[in-house]
Design a protein around this ligand. Structure first.
Ligand SMILES: [Cu+2]
Length: 135
């Protein structure tokens, strides 16, 4: 009797799982390989641990070889914008206003947050950053 109940429960779970899987959309196809850029900038805002987005705001210098999700090199002007933060990246050694050199890793397959900071290091306060558009 007890085995019959357990078996019945298992079948119900399997049926639910199949039902949930049936209309799944096809997985996104990454068109461009992951790419990393070495970028300099200044920290404008650190991520709020309570915010599920967990983004760092950086005023960054131009990224001349920035590549779109279709593989086109379009570059990115200097600007202030948010970036995702790689899991486990230690931000305890940096503060708002710090000049930094960071690695920006762009993974277009990650539709929710393709651009993440994967490494960060503090530059000296005397470092001169350039935010003017290139001419
Ligand atoms: Cu930008």
């Amino acid at each position: 009797m007890r085995q019959a109940i357990i078996l019945g429960t298992c079948l119900a779970v399997v049926a639910l799982a199949l039902g949930a899987c049936a209309p799944a959309p096809p997985p996104p196809t990454p068109t461009v390989a992951d790419r990393s850029y070495s970028v300099r900038g200044e920290i404008v805002r650190l991520p709020d641990p309570a915010d599920p987005q967990y983004e760092i705001w950086i005023r960054h210098e131009a990224i001349p070889d920035f590549t779109t999700d279709s593989g086109e090199v379009v570059g990115m002007d200097a600007m202030t914008m948010p970036f995702g933060v790689a899991d486990g990246l230690d931000l305890s050694t940096v503060a708002v206003g710090d000049k930094i050199l960071f690695t920006l890793t762009v993974s277009w397959a990650d539709r929710a947050q393709p651009a993440r900071v994967t490494a960060i290091e503090k530059l000296s306060e005397e470092t001169e950053l350039t935010f003017a558009p290139p001419h």
